[in-house]
Design a binder for this molecule. Structure first.
Ligand code: G
Ligand code: MN
Length: 252
């Protein structure tokens, strides 16, 4: 496993790239949005970059990562400008959420003026929130106040996630693929957690996205639960933005 030094070297060499994976509105067959996924080409293979390694780099002041954020903003601007204008979502590593607002939103700088805020969705995971719930809540409020949207990513850990879903200011929640697979297979625990989450989200005006859809059975099972927005290998794999540009621009 390569470490921090290798990641910072790759960032300095501007070798990190974003792939794009569509998020579909399944009943209409249209693309609603696209997630940008950071990729690190090593040994000829484009690999995901572990979020905790990014956080470590940010905490140690890895300035080169600013380049990667700039690249993310470029890719986001490209995708968001395609008619009919899918939303663009991005994973925000915990370390970006750790500074107190308003300084904690400084990393949004490269997006400002390039991407209409309403087109951007910042995906957060729960670990930063566990460390300092109040600060995270203020930061999310600040991002939403600036017109950005916020998603809770990787939902599926259980009661603690439900509690967050009820309390955080959110626009979207993304159900993780283990929860989706379990619920689609009819497992009682996952199914009841998923139903509770969908009910709670709908009651609060939070959009639900099912992640990791790999089979038609999973797609249909999620539709039966009222989940229109879906993402996964069945509908499309992450690929360089050029590979998806035509479909994204045509809305699907
Ligand atoms: O943590 P997050 O939800 O952002 O995870 C996105 C990761 O999931 C990406 O690295 C992407 O390649 C992967 N992914 C996307 N769709 C699928 C899928 O259908 N199956 C699996 N196994 N992984 C997927
Ligand atoms: Mn994500």
């Amino acid at each position: 496993m390569p470490g921090l030094r290798e990641l910072l070297d790759a960032a300095s060499a501007d070798a990190l790239r974003h792939h794009v994976q569509p998020i579909w509105d399944v009943p209409s067959g249209r693309i609603a949005g696209a997630e940008l996924l950071l990729r690190w080409p090593r040994d000829g293979v484009e690999r995901p970059v572990p979020q905790d390694l990014i956080s470590e780099a940010v905490r140690r002041g890895g300035l080169a990562l600013g380049l990667a954020v700039g690249r993310a903003a470029e890719a986001a601007a490209l995708v968001a400008a395609l008619p009919p204008g899918p939303f663009v979502s991005l994973n925000v590593a915990d370390a970006f959420l750790e500074a107190d607002p308003p300084r904690g939103t400084g990393w949004t700088g490269p997006f400002a003026g390039r991407v209409p805020p309403g087109r951007l969705v910042f995906e957060i995971v729960e670990t930063a929130e566990i460390r300092d719930p109040e600060r995270t809540r203020r930061l999310l409020e600040r991002l939403r106040g600036a017109g950005y949207r916020v998603a809770l990513d990787d939902f599926g850990a259980g009661r603690s996630d439900l509690e967050r879903l009820g309390r955080l200011p959110l626009d979207m929640v993304k159900l993780d693929r283990a929860l989706v697979a379990g619920a689609a297979a009819g497992a009682a625990g996952p199914l009841s957690l998923l139903r509770e989450a969908v009910g709670m989200a709908m009651g609060r005006g939070i959009a639900v996205i099912a992640e990791g859809i790999e089979t038609a059975d999973q797609r249909e099972a999620m539709l039966a639960e009222g989940i229109r927005l879906q993402q996964g290998f069945l509908m499309g794999r992450p690929a360089p933005p050029e590979a998806w540009a035509d479909r994204l621009g045509a809305g699907g």
